[in-house]
Design a protein around this ligand. Structure first.
Ligand SMILES: C[S@@+](CC[C@H](N)C(=O)[O-])C[C@H]1O[C@@H](n2cnc3c(N)ncnc32)[C@H](O)[C@@H]1O
Length: 282
C-alpha cells in the first residue's frame, strides 16, 4: 500500500519525547501525554506531504541547518493552537479601554499610546484592541495617537492577520457597530477590515522565547492571553519579568485569568479588578 493511504505509524515513547522536547526547546510549548495523538497526527500529515515515512528521518531533516529551519517554520504552524476571536475576553479589553480613558481624562497621555499583543494569532486580538482605542480617542474628541505591535510565531496566522480578511461567522459575532464601521463585505461573503485600522497594527514574526533579543521599546500595554498557559511555570515567570522591562512607568500587563500564578516582582502589583488578571507598577 502506498504511504499516503496508510494510517500514521504510532510514535514510540522515545520519538514522542524527542519531538515534544524539540517543541518545548524551540517554542516553549509543553505537551502533555494526552496530546500525543495530536502531535502524531500533525507531524505525520506533514511527513506525508513530503513523502517521509519515518519519524526519525523527518526529525533529522527538521533539525538540519537552514533548510531544517525553513521546514520548522512550516511545521510549527501545525503544532500551535491558533484559536482566537474578536473581543475574545471582553473584561480584559474593557480594562484596557478604562485605562486609556482615565489617562486621557487626567491628561496623562504623553505622545503615542503603545500596545503589544503577544501571540496575536490571525489578528483578531490586536484589531479588537485597535477598535477599542479608537473609541477612547473619539469619545474624548482627540485625534487617535496610538500604535499596536502584534507578534506571533506562526507565519500562516500572520499572513491572515496582515490581509485583514475574515469569515462572515467571525465578524458577525462582534457588536454590529464595529462591523459596520470597520469592515466591508466582499463578494464571497467574507469581510475586509478597513485600511485605517490595519495601518495602526504592525505585525511581526517573533518567538516570545527570544524576548531578550527584541528591541526594548517601552509600552503602555502588554496584552498576552492564551499563550503563557502552554509554557512551564518557570518560563511564564521569566517572560513576565521580561515584560516588566518593557513597560512604560505606570504601564499595564494584561494576561489571561489564571495563566500565571505565584509570580511576584518587586516593582509590580496586581490590579484589583474582577475577571481580569492585570499588573502595573507599584
Ligand atoms: C491560542 S492563540 C491565542 C491568540 C490570542 N492571543 C487570543 O487570546 O485570542 C496562541 C497563539 O500563540 C502563538 N504562539 C505559540 N507559541 C509562541 C511563541 N513561542 N512565541 C510567539 N507566539 C507563540 C500561536 O502561534 C498562537 O497564534
Amino acid at each position: 500500500m502506498i504511504w499516503s493511504l496508510q494510517a500514521a505509524p504510532d510514535l514510540t515513547d522515545q520519538q514522542f519525547d524527542q519531538w515534544s522536547k524539540l517543541l518545548e526547546e524551540r517554542a516553549g510549548i509543553c505537551l502533555s501525554d494526552q496530546q500525543r495523538v495530536f502531535l502524531q497526527t500533525q507531524v505525520s500529515m506533514r511527513m506525508r506531504e513530503l513523502g517521509h515515512s519515518d519519524y526519525s528521518q523527518y526529525y533529522n531533516r527538521v533539525i538540519d541547518g537552514v533548510n531544517g529551519l525553513m521546514e520548522w517554520s512550516v511545521l510549527i504552524d501545525r503544532l500551535v493552537v491558533k484559536e482566537t476571536s474578536f473581543f475574545r475576553h471582553k473584561p480584559s479589553i474593557d480594562f484596557v479601554r478604562n485605562y486609556l480613558q482615565e489617562k486621557i481624562n487626567n491628561n496623562d497621555v504623553n505622545g503615542s499610546f503603545d500596545v503589544w499583543s503577544v501571540g496575536c494569532s490571525s489578528g483578531e486580538e490586536p484589531y479588537s484592541l485597535g477598535m477599542t482605542l479608537n473609541d477612547c480617542y473619539e469619545f474624548a474628541r482627540r485625534e487617535p495617537y496610538y500604535g499596536i505591535i502584534a507578534s506571533d510565531i506562526s507565519r500562516a496566522a500572520l499572513t491572515i492577520a496582515k490581509t485583514g480578511v475574515y469569515p462572515q461567522r467571525k465578524v458577525e459575532m462582534m457588536e454590529p457597530h464595529y462591523r459596520q464601521r470597520y469592515f466591508s463585505q466582499l463578494e464571497n461573503g467574507r469581510y475586509q477590515l478597513g485600511g485605517a485600522l490595519k495601518e495602526r497594527v504592525c505585525f511581526n514574526h517573533a518567538n516570545v522565547l527570544n524576548i531578550s533579543e527584541m528591541p526594548t521599546i517601552k509600552l503602555d500595554v502588554i496584552f498576552c492571553q492564551n499563550l503563557l498557559i502552554y509554557f512551564r511555570r518557570w518560563l511564564r515567570h521569566e517572560i513576565m519579568n521580561a515584560f516588566v522591562e518593557r513597560l512604560k512607568p505606570g504601564g499595564i500587563i494584561v494576561i489571561g485569568l489564571g495563566e500565571v500564578v505565584d509570580w511576584v516582582h518587586r516593582d509590580i502589583t496586581r490590579v484589583a479588578v474582577d475577571e481580569v488578571q492585570a499588573y502595573t507598577h507599584k
